[in-house]
Design a protein around this ligand. Structure first.
Ligand code: ACM
Length: 685
């Protein structure tokens, strides 16, 4: 069973509690506002060659009809035609006012009728019909349960963030992601196109942004040698993706980061920087000190960039980032401090507020609304009144709303989909907090206790696919799905209609739909193998506990020889606990260890990582009875230090009075490289 299958199998027990007849025939995610069976009416048969009738001269409805026909062909091999004679499916404009995205669907008396006042509503009605037609699985003619559906979304913003700056994805992948979003009625893709590690969007006026800033030093996994990593999206490719998304009613919100998270741009054009850039670190992860100098020339530069961005992306929003801007370089620059005083600004946060206010005013002249991470409200109230935030801090939305701004709920860690989904060694690399699909489902973006005035400012909800530790498209897809199904229900479904058990039952049908459509994430592979059944006392680090959880990462080994090997580590304190080891008669301890590059920018936090002094030239792996407890074994790392791969260290543990939580820690002189544990095994005597 593949990884997605495993996520869903884990829910099978919950699913079996639901009445199968109901769940199998009206299996629509996100769950509609009203979906009532029509008593006494027969299901509607959708036969081969069945016709879809669309309003005369309505190009958008015709496109949607073709889209539905393509879906039916791909998922059931069922050919539908567009035509007005004895149609089985009828699209009409009209019906009740259900807002800009609502629709009704009535299946009874031999036909399905979808009514909406808008093109979007018709599109979502068609998506719902495709779900009804595929609820039971199988190929060929479909049966649609007799049902009356009235539907509209809870929130206008139902988003995913795709990080193409840290690792690049193909145009085909981005389009596939948009398709999958549309089928879940997710309508906003925040496209993270620039960061410290890369600038991915062609800007005609400044070719070095991609020519230089699109590339960085990296390690070639096959050889372990440094190579260049990079690439970018041409404006022609972006136009194609934007058009592809628009037809599926997905708006792309481009994100152009400033004034921090901008090292790639500063390396390309050093005059952008507040101090000379350090080009040796652009392949690291973390929070960099580099920050744009808020000079008039640089503001003009960013305006010119945003001018091109505004033309490429027709949606109303542009995200300017604004998060995690480290202001040390501003503090250290006499010229910037003088400018700050000339402007009458109290501190560097106010300077950021002023800078982003200037950028926001420019965007307003281009007919765009500014949005940024919730950090942008820290610098005061110079932002345009209609600026909004993407709230990744637990208190970010409340702070922005108190200042009158709108907010999208994107709270970490629950909506950071780069976190792993289970304590399973087969999980893709990423961040290490376990965020299950149920954790996502149970989040309420606007809980009932939120005051009504505040709730009105909540635009919606968004999950983030940060890609630092997800080099492949398969990794990204496995992190996105099936959790995006829960996200879709958070964004769309009325809270009174949310029901975890019902949702879990619907997931299984969606796995079958994804397979039928060829979204082949669920590929069994070597990395999917269960842990070695011959070693039941062996725990992969993903199954152990970490001693602390400050910056928990599930890192992939860079070398090809270790492909698929992941290491769960708190980068702020590499320390693992093997729980409940039976040492009553002594035991043989085996621990697999290796070294990973310490490539994290942590600023001053670097000094908070404990370094324990070695007692032998290459240091030791120390194993103790609980952290800070009695030492059980200390194994020199000399042999492991000579081995570029994984080394298995062994030691005898003497009998102790009982069961122990074994604490595994390394001694070492420097942070780089970072020793990590792959697995540990305890074989009692
Ligand atoms: C963020 O995670 N820095 C938005």
């Amino acid at each position: 069973m593949g990884l997605v299958g495993r996520h869903i199998a884990a829910l099978a027990l919950t699913a079996s509690l639901v009445s199968p007849a109901w769940a199998d025939t009206i299996s629509v995610t996100p769950r509609p506002l009203v979906a009532d069976p029509v008593a006494g009416a027969a299901p509607v048969a959708v036969a081969r060659g069945a016709r879809i009738a669309v309003p005369a001269g309505d190009a958008s409805a015709a496109w949607t009809a073709h889209y539905l026909a393509r879906l039916a062909m791909r998922s059931r091999g069922l050919r539908l035609r567009i035509g007005r004679t004895t149609p089985a499916i009828v699209f009409v404009h009209g019906g009740p006012d259900l807002g800009p995205e609502g629709y009704t669907l009535d299946a009874a008396n031999g036909a399905v009728r979808i009514a909406a006042r808008t093109d979007v509503g018709l599109f979502y009605g068609a998506v719902t019909l495709w779900r009804l037609m595929t609820a039971a699985g199988g190929r060929g003619p479909a049966t649609v349960a007799a049902v009356h559906i009235v539907d509209r979304p809870r929130f206008a913003w139902r988003g995913l963030l795709l990080d193409s700056a840290r690792h690049l994805q193909s145009v085909a992948f981005v389009e596939r992601l948009i398709d999958r979003m549309a089928l879940l009625k997710l309508n906003t893709l925040q496209w993270h196109l620039t960061d410290d590690q890369g600038w991915r969007l062609q800007i005609r006026r400044y070719p070095r942004l991609t020519g230089v800033g699109g590339w960085r030093g990296a390690i070639d996994p096959a050889t372990g040698k440094p190579v260049r990593y990079g690439g970018f999206y041409s404006q022609a490719e972006v136009r194609r993706i934007v058009a592809y998304a628009a037809r599926r009613h997905v708006t792309i919100v481009p994100e152009i980061e400033m004034p921090g998270h901008a090292l790639a741009a500063i390396i390309a054009y050093p005059r952008l920087g507040s101090s000379p850039p350090d080009p040796g670190v652009e392949g690291d992860w973390g929070v960099f000190p580099a920050i744009i100098d808020p000079s008039e020339a640089n503001i003009r530069f960013m305006e010119n960039v945003l001018g091109e961005v505004s033309e490429l992306f027709p949606g109303s929003w542009i995200n300017i980032g604004g998060d995690e801007a480290v202001k040390d370089e501003w503090r250290a620059s006499p010229a910037i401090r003088a400018e700050m005083h000339r402007l009458g600004l109290a501190d560097e946060d106010a300077l950021q507020g002023w800078l982003l206010g200037r950028i926001g005013a420019f965007l307003t002249t281009r007919g765009k609304r500014m949005i940024g991470w919730d950090d942008i409200v820290t610098g005061g109230t110079r932002l345009p009144a209609d600026a909004a935030v993407v709230s990744w801090h637990a208190d970010g939305a409340a702070r922005a709303i108190a200042l009158g701004h709108d907010a999208v709920i994107a709270t970490a860690p629950t909506l950071y989909f780069d976190n792993r989904q289970a304590a399973d060694p087969a999980e893709p690399p990423g961040r290490g907090t376990v965020v299950s699909i149920e954790d996502v489902y149970r989040l309420d973006p606007a809980p009932a206790e939120t005051p009504a005035a505040g709730r009105a400012h909540i635009l919606g909800v968004q999950a983030q696919l940060w890609s630092e530790h997800m080099p492949t498209e398969r990794d990204v897809a496995l992190m996105a799905f099936p959790r995006a199904e829960a996200l879709a229900e958070l964004g769309w479904t009325d809270p009174a209609r949310k029901d975890w058990t019902d949702f879990a039952a619907r997931l299984k049908a969606d796995l079958a739909r994804d397979r039928a459509l060829g979204f082949a994430d669920d590929v069994p592979g070597p990395a999917d193998a269960p842990i070695d059944p011959a070693h039941p006392s062996r725990l992969a680090d993903q199954q152990m506990r970490l001693c602390t959880s400050r910056v928990v990462l599930n890192l992939e080994a860079p070398l090809e020889a270790q492909r698929g090997q992941r290491y769960l580590v708190d980068a702020m304190n590499p320390c693992w606990i093997y729980p409940h080891a039976d040492l009553t008669r002594g035991a043989r301890l085996s621990v697999a260890v290796t070294r990973l590059p310490f490539n994290f920018q942590l600023g001053g936090d670097r000094t908070k990582i404990p370094l324990r002094a070695p007692r032998t030239p290459f240091g030791e792996l120390d194993i103790s009875d609980g952290c800070g407890g009695k030492q059980i074994a200390s194994i020199p790392l000399a042999a492991a230090a000579r081995d570029p791969g994984v080394t298995v260290l062994e030691a005898e543990a003497p009998p102790t009075s009982g069961w122990s939580d074994l604490c595994l820690e390394f001694t070492q002189r420097s942070l780089d490289p970072m020793w990590v544990v792959g697995w540990a095994q305890v074989d009692p005597r």
